[in-house]
Write a protein that binds this ligand. Structure first.
Ligand code: OKP
Ligand code: ZN
Length: 344
């Protein structure tokens, strides 16, 4: 399996996120992608490619142009008012507040386009996020050109970012951009299977009204797990998209055995949909050692996961999402990919 990777992810390096009432060092750190990259090389997963530079219009197929403008300009707008630290929002438009007017000043704009306090924007965030989207599109293109699988080693991750807001360490939705890439290259139906511990709220939202992209996710129950406000089992899609969204929320503390039962049901849904291509939002924060998540998969379970995903027998793009037990992150991630490649 080929890997697409760029070291430009280092340009995104937040200082701190708000966690349990304190500013703590960001869990989503550059060493994460470095660890995965080192393991890909160590185990000879396959050739490693740098991303091509795609036009911004490819991103705007799933993100609102005003949002992309905001991300590209945010750091310049922030430093223009004399600020020098990372950008974090002050407030968020809740329930009955106005969301039809984009504020003019940078503090207002940051608050408008974000939904939490975990994703600082730094001087290099736009370049890193744009490059991660390019990584996903480059890997998608390999599959469109005939490869059976590919690994997009994206950082920052993407699945919490929606059409016009960021949060949860995510700015551009790499998996959604790639899924749309498959559609634009002629695939009639694309499925996205999200195995990250956290619900992929952004991906769900982007495709919620559509029948051409199926979204399935196994994740921590939003009643007790981040991102709290999306990911319940009764969210099944809307209008033409009815039946094309499938959530499998599991209680915090869920065992590997129960997790694999849910994966089995999610895989059956993907199979029924008969997609032309599959995108896996690959978070490995389901690991028992993850510092911010609460499932109990062991490193060997990630081999089993790769094995199961291979049996779907579909052209498959892996897009990196979460995983914060940095020491074991490379092994857990490459376990999925290697087991998958072994069967394909
Ligand atoms: C990003 B991805 C939980 C705090 C949650 C944000 C988590 C973002 C996860 N106690 N902080 O889905 O891995
Ligand atoms: Zn996660």
């Amino acid at each position: 399996m080929k890997t697409v990777y760029s070291d430009k992810h280092h340009l995104h390096h937040g200082q701190a996120e708000l966690f349990a009432g304190k500013l703590v060092p960001c869990f989503e750190m550059p060493s994460r992608a470095d660890m995965i990259f080192a393991e890909v090389k160590k185990r000879n997963l396959g050739e490693i490619l740098v991303p091509q530079n795609f036009d911004r219009t490819r991103i705007e197929r799933v993100h609102r142009p005003a949002y992309v403008d905001f991300l590209e300009q945010a750091w310049a707008d922030w430093t223009a008012i004399g600020e020098t630290t990372d950008i974090l929002p002050i407030c968020t438009p809740a329930r009955d507040m106005r969301s039809d007017r984009i504020p003019q000043n940078i503090h207002g704009r940051v608050s408008y386009f974000s939904f939490d306090t975990t994703a600082p924007i730094t001087s290099g965030t736009w370049t890193a996020a744009k490059t991660a989207a390019d990584v996903a599109l480059t890997a998608q293109n390999l599959i469109t050109k005939g490869a059976r699988s590919a690994f997009a080693l994206c950082r920052p991750p993407g699945h919490h970012a929606s059409s016009d807001y960021y949060g949860g360490y995510c700015f551009l939705n790499n998996a959604a951009i790639a899924a749309q890439g498959f559609r634009d290259a002629g695939a009639a139906r694309v499925a996205i299977l999200d195995v990250d511990y956290h619900h992929g709220n952004g991906t769900q939202s982007i495709f919620y009204d559509r029948s051409d992209v199926y979204f399935a996710s196994v994740h921590g129950d939003p009643a007790t797990s981040y991102p709290f406000f999306l990911g319940y089992g009764d969210e099944t899609g809307r209008g033409p998209g009815e039946g094309c969204n499938a959530n499998y929320p599991l209680a915090a503390g869920t065992s590997a055995e129960t997790w694999f039962e849910a994966l089995e049901i999610a895989c059956a849904g993907v199979q029924r949909y008969q997609p032309d291509a599959l995108v896996i939002s690959l978070g490995v924060d389901t690991y028992e050692g993850d510092p911010i998540s609460y499932f109990k998969l062991k490193s060997e379970d990630f081999l089993k996961m790769g094995d199961r995903l291979a049996r779907l027998d579909l052209p498959t793009l892996f897009v990196m999402e979460g995983g914060y037990a940095v020491e074991d992150l490379g092994v857990n991630t490459v376990n999925v990919l290697e087991a998958f490649a072994h069967k394909n």
